[in-house]
Design a protein. Sequence first.
Length: 150
Amino acid sequence: MRKYTQCFFYAQKRGDNIPARIKSECRKIGCTTLTDNANGYCDQHQPKQNHRRYDANRLSSCQRGYDAKWQRYRRWFLAQHPLCAVCNHIATVVDHITPHRGDKEVFWDSNNHQALCKRCHDAKTATEDGGFGNTGKNGVGGKNPWAEKR
């Protein structure tokens, strides 16, 4: 075995033709074509590149209003409200009870803010915005169950 290892590295140094990747079956169910593509799909079943991620079209946090002024306010608010309004763990997020959707008046309304831990905030956001494949329970005028737990 040792001689084989030495021969393998010697061949690499000399520049001999060694396959870059071992071929395996295509990841597409039912396809038995052998491929050495990095993503595991044969040339016929390559995923389409026009699938864009949500964040590719999303504005930056500063463009959405979360600038230095918000960061100062956030630190102050979390110092005043250190516990999550839902589960009483340490709060790390200042949440907008009613989503502001870009409206600066709703964004800065202090009565619309609550301190949440990241776990509760993620659950609330997924419920409202339709994360995890949900359709969004509050996206079109629904009742916000999180607003009552303040």
